[in-house]
Design a binder for this molecule. Structure first.
Ligand code: HEM
Length: 501
């Protein structure tokens, strides 16, 4: 059934059922929210940018709001206090996931660390990521690899300088993130600057992200899930399968190489990457992870880690190009730390770069890459400040709205990294006014890796080059429109011309 036919049928019934809806809400202990029609709920109040629409509604109904997306009960939170209630006070109760239909493609709901409910399987994957993948030791040991990939980015940008060619900043940052992750995981590059295969990979990742952010009919009306009438997730299935097949092949090739040159106990540290580490864990019986779990873990890390990082770099660059004085301040700090440009920026420099840190915080405040976090779900009925959040309700935390709240930030629409210089606010999940990585049990496990990647990639781009916008466009006229999905992309990709310093 097509969307228009579906909604036409519904519209005939609307006047009759609206009255029932109003009396239903009046009698409940649900958080306040707009009256909605029973079947479509509040769908008509959404627009192409739901983070904007919900921010406007929460001004009227408050930071704890309930509404219906189709038949799905949705709770929207939009203040630091409320985020603390949900992700600290009642964190366990809200640690499950509301799974969009599109991500059921490739069985991600059954195997992915991102979408699994907070049970044993999820806990095991979280422990593996915390203890083995993103521990400080593992990140320190793989620093050389990120340095190498950043150098390749700088070489590519230098070539653009020589050719006087504009750089697609987000595209180049995506290639860098992808290669940092694929070398961290498999010791190989999956992408090349400007190559079509990279674009294909990016398209598959973006399509999965976009699909995850847009509700389909079965998301709005879960009863349709079982009917399989719509065949909606076929496209997502193709993309998920494409990526899973790449990872399966890589795992098989590694197993083959290991069996060809195996030591007596099969343990190998030849590559010393995540794949070696996981295969060795299995051999040592420390933490058994099946090949199926492995490929889903790789898929989750790519989807969660590439686009988020590259769009943050792109937004930060767009803000800095629009604010040349702030670009200059960040650069002069970098020049000082690298002893008058005697060397490239390193991860160990980050703690001595307060202005660059403030630039990243300010970018994540204004352009949180995951504007609603990833939807949580209530495990049972929970009493929050006298209201009932019902079992199975999906929870959206509007971090985008929190970043623009004038009660929290002065001049919230202005890009002003300085606001973070004298206050100890960080995005590690303790300061609830700034939680672009989430907070509590479901906080982003890749936070420390992302933190390092963001600083060295952005820092290197502004340390080594100045940037001009294409054509006659004035810097302040750079298009800053957003495109909504699970991640908040820049609608018009930033094209900028690097100039050697
Ligand atoms: C700027 C970069 C990044 C941002 C802003 C970001 C943000 C987030 C957010 C908001 C969540 C959901 C938190 C919640 O639901 O409460 C999340 C989850 C996740 N992130 Fe990140 N992330 C980034 C980079 C990364 C990287 C580099 C990786 C790994 C390579 C990664 C892996 C994950 C995973 C696996 C999850 C799911 C965790 C779970 O459900 O238990 N992220 N991230």
């Amino acid at each position: 059934m097509e969307y228009p036919t579906f909604f036409l049928l519904l519209s005939c019934l609307l006047p009759f059922i609206y009255a029932i809806s109003i009396s239903g809400r009046r009698n409940s202990r649900l958080p306040p929210g707009p009256y909605g029609f029973p079947i479509i709920g509040n769908l008509l109040e959404f627009g192409p940018n739901p983070h904007h629409s919900l921010a406007i509604l929460s001004k009227r109904y408050g930071p704890l709001m309930s509404l219906k997306l189709g038949s799905r009960m949705t709770i929207v939170i939009s203040s630091p206090d409320m985020a603390k209630e949900f992700f600290q006070t009642h964190d366990i109760s809200f640690s499950s996931r509301s799974v969009p239909n599109a991500v059921r493609a490739g069985d991600s709901d059954k195997y992915s660390i991102v979408w699994l409910p907070a049970g044993d399987r999820w806990r095991k994957l979280r422990r593996i990521t915390k203890e083995y993948l993103f521990s400080v030791q593992q990140l320190d040991a793989s620093e050389f690899l990120r340095r190498e990939k950043v150098q390749e980015l700088l070489n590519h940008v230098s070539q653009c300088c020589t050719d006087q060619k504009a750089l697609n900043v987000g595209g180049a940052a995506f290639t860098t993130s992808l290669n940092i992750l694929s070398n961290f995981m498999f010791s190989l590059d999956l992408a090349q600057y400007g190559a079509e295969s990279t674009q294909e990979f990016k398209d598959a990742v973006c399509a999965l992200l976009e699909a995850g952010g847009k509700p389909t009919l079965p998301d709005l009306f879960p009863i349709l899930n079982s009917l399989e009438l719509l065949g909606l997730s076929r496209k997502e299935n193709v993309n998920a399968t494409k990526l899973l097949t790449i990872f399966e092949k890589i795992i098989h090739e590694r197993l083959q190489t290991r069996s060809d040159s195996s030591s007596y106990d099969g343990i190998s540290t030849t590559n010393n990457d995540v794949l070696d580490l996981l295969l060795n864990l299995n051999l040592k019986n420390e933490s058994i992870i099946s090949q199926n779990d492995m490929k889903h873990l790789f898929l989750s890390l790519y989807i969660a880690g590439t686009d988020t990082t590259s769009i943050t770099v792109e937004w930060a660059m767009a803000e800095l190009i629009r604010n040349p004085k702030k670009m200059e301040m960040a650069r002069s700090e970098l020049v000082k730390v690298t002893h008058n440009n005697n060397r490239n920026i390193q991860e160990s420099d980050i703690s001595q770069l307060p202005y660059l840190q403030a630039v990243i915080k300010e970018t994540l405040r204004l352009h949180p890459p995951v504007p609603f976090l990833i939807p949580h779900q209530a495990i049972h009925d929970v009493d929050v400040q006298g209201f009932i959040v019902p079992k199975d309700a999906q929870i959206l935390c509007n971090v985008w709205a929190m970043g623009l709240d004038p009660n929290i930030w002065s001049d919230p629409k202005i890009f002003m990294p300085e606001r973070f210089l004298d206050v100890k606010i960080d995005y590690k999940g303790h300061d609830f006014e700034l939680i672009p990585f989430g907070a509590g049990r479901r906080i982003c496990p890749g936070l420390n890796l992302a933190n390092r990647m963001l600083h060295i990639v952005l820092g290197s781009l502004i340390h080594k080059f100045d940037w001009k916008v294409v054509g006659n466009c004035r810097t302040q006229d750079i298009d800053m429109e957003e495109k909504f999905g699970i991640t908040l992309q820049k609608a018009v990709p930033l094209m900028a011309i690097p100039v050697n310093l």
